[in-house]
Write a protein that binds this ligand. Sequence first.
Ligand code: CO
Ligand code: ZN
Length: 341
Amino acid sequence: MKFDVIEGFRRLSAAFGPSGREQDAAQAITALVNDCVPDADRWECTKDAMQNLIYHRAGDGKKVLLAAHMDSIGVVVTHIDDNGFARFAQVGGLMLGDLIDCRVRFQNGTRGIISFEEKTPYKELGFDNLFLDIGAANREDAERLIRVGDFAVYDGEPFAQGGVIGGPYLDNRIGCVTLIAAMAQLEQAECDLYVAFTAQEEVGLRGAQTAAFGVQPDYAIAVDVTDTGDMPERKYPMAVKLGAGPAVKVMDRSVICDGAVRDALYRAAQTCGIPVQREIMEFGGTDTGVIQRTAGGVRVGAVSIPTRYIHSPNELAAVSDIEQAASLIAGVLKEDFFCET
Ligand code: CO
Ligand code: ZN
């Protein structure tokens, strides 16, 4: 495959894009599509009111929607005190332990460090006991850089080593990279194809709901990260591991995938010689859930990238899983299931 997953991820990682503030991420996606998808000029690109970025390439077959959310988790400033320290609220699901001593960045490039009130015993810390330090002398000084209502995301460089990539925002820029890599292999697909990079997934699957309603597809496949069960002493067993191939979702908290779509994915995997894993994620949901329940209902499946430490500043995934996920999605669209008119 010509498409360079690591380079693609680096480019999308550089873009700021917490939920509700996805404009930079959308721009980076458009640039990557233009550079990497050979028939980019055949795709029509629009944005809806929710800021979902939707590509469409007209075809005669079934209407198929591929989706990946482009937003990332983050924090939003709620208050700045007289000494210039900021308080914040979560944008999406954060874990307290991930935030302590963590570095964040704002859209304007301002960096901050999250710390905690030392008078509270460490074990009793809640989000209310955390604060954000941008090194300001006082409130006035702080407000030159950040204001109440400003969003920030984890600050960190991605890295690649020995077949894995790490860094913040794998959830879900890596899903966006997967879809762009799939688009680059889809010249032959005959279905009426939509690819949506959705907004505000991390705050409750919000963008996908309007994107799917706007498209009203016959079928949809969403791409997102999923947990793995392969770390030492994990609390819950899970039959998904890093580097053993993309995971075909059976179920999560938001969805039970359509059996026929899931089977089409299994068949395509066999045809293409791609190993796949079977995913049941007991915690968390995905865009797939709201797409399924759009309008009169949509037949859905999902392909997941096995990822460790999801929602931490340092997520980890295998490059081969991402490449194979892209080939699987390109492959499944050639299945009769999607091709009948
Ligand atoms: Co997430
Ligand atoms: Zn996600």
